[in-house]
Design a binder for this molecule. Structure first.
Ligand code: SF4
Length: 167
């Protein structure tokens, strides 16, 4: 199977969310959030369309890649669940390395917060990522959906009502 950036992101947030996403079960975010996210990509850095490339390899899709400096730019609305965004970006870096790109780096960007964070791939990350892939495959191919995690982040999750309705 092709593992996407979302698989890796959700793996680091909630295995149930990962399983539900993989099985095509989704609940639309509010129209406001969707519009806000699309607008952010279009307007945050309007000069990017000409300068950077969109690339798709091995199931991942990178919206803004600077081939000259070998930098992936990943735009996020907020720094909540940043560990998952970092992991997603590290996975992109790993896939690029597997395809022969030497030492790519990533930049997590939060236009609304006017903040950025540089993300690099360490040897420890390179060693850990194959296990992430194995775990993702094991979780999504399991017959049953993993249990709810009962964490504060659930209240911000699009699956919240699905997971907790009737409790
Ligand atoms: S609501 Fe909580 S348990 Fe349900 S998918 Fe989202 S994060 Fe996981």
């Amino acid at each position: 199977m092709h593992i996407t950036g979302k698989h890796i992101n959700y793996y680091h947030i909630c295995h149930r969310k990962l399983w539900l996403f993989h099985h095509g079960i989704s609940f639309q975010q509010t129209h406001e959030n969707v519009a806000d996210g699309s607008l952010l990509h279009q307007t945050a850095y309007p000069q990017r369309a000409a300068r950077y490339r969109e690339i798709q390899i091995d199931g991942i899709k990178i919206d803004f890649y600077d081939p000259q400096d070998r930098v992936i730019h990943e735009i996020k609305r907020s720094d909540k669940l940043e560990h998952a965004s970092v992991a997603q970006l590290q996975y992109y870096l790993c896939v690029l390395e597997r395809h022969g790109v030497p030492e790519p780096t990533g930049l997590l960007e939060y236009p609304k917060l006017r903040q950025t964070q540089t993300v690099a791939l360490t040897d420890a990350d390179r060693a850990a990522i194959p296990q992430w892939e194995t775990d993702v495959e094991r979780i999504v191919t399991a017959a049953g959906c993993p249990p709810v995690i009962n964490k504060p982040l659930c209240k911000q999750c699009s699956y919240y009502e699905f997971c907790y309705v009737g409790e």
